[in-house]
Design a protein around this ligand. Structure first.
Ligand code: ATP
Length: 476
């Protein structure tokens, strides 16, 4: 079903998935707080991820490193000098845009209107990936195709210049005399700087991985599209270390692509036809990367990255060896060889995963009710793993003390294992509609028959079928 982002934003706010940040003060542009159901989705995605990769695999361990790190980390990683986007200013209205994103949007629009133009662009600039073009090429494109400013509609751009995306702050108690430090723009570097600690304190043997979930901050030039591009977001990242040879590195890279596909499809339940795995062309690769793949989802405005998988060779560890002066080589206990391991980095955007889960689940559908009348309902078809509430427990009559007590006891029992909701508003139709809208897979109703034989009615969110079952048989 085609759904607009405006519909998703309105539903997310109405149903408590996400609220505009600092709402009562008029908000803070492009900041979103996760509401009671949004935070459940987040926890479900991260817990399932942690379970699949850290708990169930014996070759990956977890870490939780700091957001604030020594500034040398970012010099070594290349973020201080290079972590930048091409910024263009509209000379007319002074708005700031990302040249590559303006170009991407223009190419996306040409694709549906004028395929020959798309072929012409590819021929002229060497690819359809503006990130891989030079600043001169980007500037030439903006002028040749008269790309207009989204704010004022004029085409009068400054030449692209580099804009560093890291947020700076000061550490220290005296204003102006503190040390300049950065909020981390990715979680991954915390893993590299702990590589030696991990080797010294665990029995990890190559190949092994280190996983981390946490916040990252980027001073994005053009945030927007709801939670797609925000300045404060969550990532789930793994650095998977392998021997220092390309064959092993490429094999791990392919294995991570396969594991990622399984994760998105089977465990988060994202529609397969809306996902694609896009390998970067040679000219798109960073100089140190031997392979990069973007996992993309078809968002309402077009394809967008959900996860990056990159074979980064020994670049990061080597850089940290140079800048820290510490030996970060691995001592192979079996062969006696010492070397700097290669690594593959699968990096998931958790905030974007939440957005994807919302978009993918949202459905409006028609159905015929018990009286033969046509009705419309909004139903969030979340994968059961992801649904914020698993069971809603509903006493049919809120004035019937025995029914309410039975329902309360059932809630107490089930909520030890599952996130449940107790709903004694007394209007069963309204309860079902509300639970459908937040994507609760099952509604359990306590009714007259429950009082006689202890069975309950269980209603399936997707089929709307109702069955009578014993309470002992309730499972997800
Ligand atoms: P993009 O091209 O969309 O800016 P990126 O290539 O810079 O993304 P990575 O550095 O590979 O992204 O980060 C890994 C993941 O972190 C991305 O796949 C994405 O899901 C998430 N991510 C990156 N930037 C943002 C952001 N500003 N808001 C929300 N999620 C983000």
């Amino acid at each position: 079903m085609e759904v607009s982002l405006d519909t998703i934003v309105a539903w997310a706010k109405r149903r408590g998935f996400a609220y505009p940040g600092s709402d009562i003060y008029g908000g803070l542009a492009n900041a979103w707080d996760l509401g009671p159901y949004g935070v459940e989705i987040k926890r479900n995605i991260e817990n399932a991820w942690w379970k699949a990769f850290v708990q169930e695999r014996d070759d990956i361990i977890g870490l939780d490193s700091q957001i604030l790190m020594n500034s040398k980390v970012w010099e070594a990683s290349g973020h201080v000098g290079g972590f930048s986007d091409p910024l263009v200013d509209c000379k007319k209205c002074k708005s700031r845009e990302r040249a590559d994103k303006l170009i991407e949007d223009a190419i996306f629009a040409f694709k549906s209107k004028d395929e020959s133009k798309v072929a012409e662009i590819e021929q002229k600039y060497g690819s359809l990936t503006p990130e891989a073009w030079t600043f001169d090429q980007q500037f030439d494109f903006l002028n040749t195709y008269q790309i207009k400013c989204p704010k004022c509609g004029k085409c009068d751009w400054t030449e692209p210049k580099k804009f560093n995306l890291m947020f700076k702050t000061e550490q220290g108690i005296v204003e102006g005399e503190g040390k300049e430090i950065y909020l981390r723009p990715e979680t991954a570097q915390g893993i590299f700087v702990n590589f030696k600690n991990i080797l010294d304190t665990t029995r990890s043997r190559i190949p092994f991985g280190v996983a981390q979930i946490g916040k990252a901050f980027r001073n994005e030039i053009t945030p927007g599209n709801f939670m797609f591009r925000v300045r404060e977001f969550y990532q789930m990242e793994i650095e998977y270390f392998v021997e220092n040879n390309e064959e092993k590195g490429l094999a791990a890279f392919e294995a991570w692509k396969a594991a990622s596909k399984k994760r998105w499809k089977e465990e988060i339940g994202i529609a397969e036809d809306k996902m694609r795995f896009r390998d970067h062309d040679k000219d798109e690769l960073s100089f140190y990367s031997k392979g990069t793949c973007d996992v993309e989802y078809l968002f309402p405005r077009g394809w967008g990255e959900l996860q990056g998988i990159a074979y980064r060779t020994d670049y990061d560890l080597t850089q940290h060896m140079k800048f820290s002066g510490k030996d970060l080589q691995y001592n192979d206990p079996y062969t006696g060889k010492r070397y700097v391991p290669h690594c593959v980095e699968p990096s998931w955007g958790l905030t974007r995963a939440i957005l994807t889960a919302l978009i993918d689940a949202y459905t409006e559908e028609k159905y015929t009710d018990g009286n033969g009348a046509e009705q419309t309902r909004t139903v969030a078809r979340f994968h059961k793993n992801i649904a914020p509430v698993k069971f809603a427990i509903i006493p049919l009559l809120k004035k019937d003390a025995a029914m309410v007590e039975f329902a309360e006891n059932l809630y107490k029992k089930l909520s030890k294992t599952y996130m449940c909701e107790f709903d004694d508003s007394g209007n069963i139709g309204k309860c079902y509609r509300r639970q459908d809208e937040i994507g609760t897979p099952y509604c359990i109703t306590i009714d007259h028959q429950t009082m006689e034989d202890g069975t309950v009615t269980i209603r399936d969110r997707d089929s709307m079928e109702q069955k009578r079952i014993k309470t002992e048989d309730i499972t997800l």
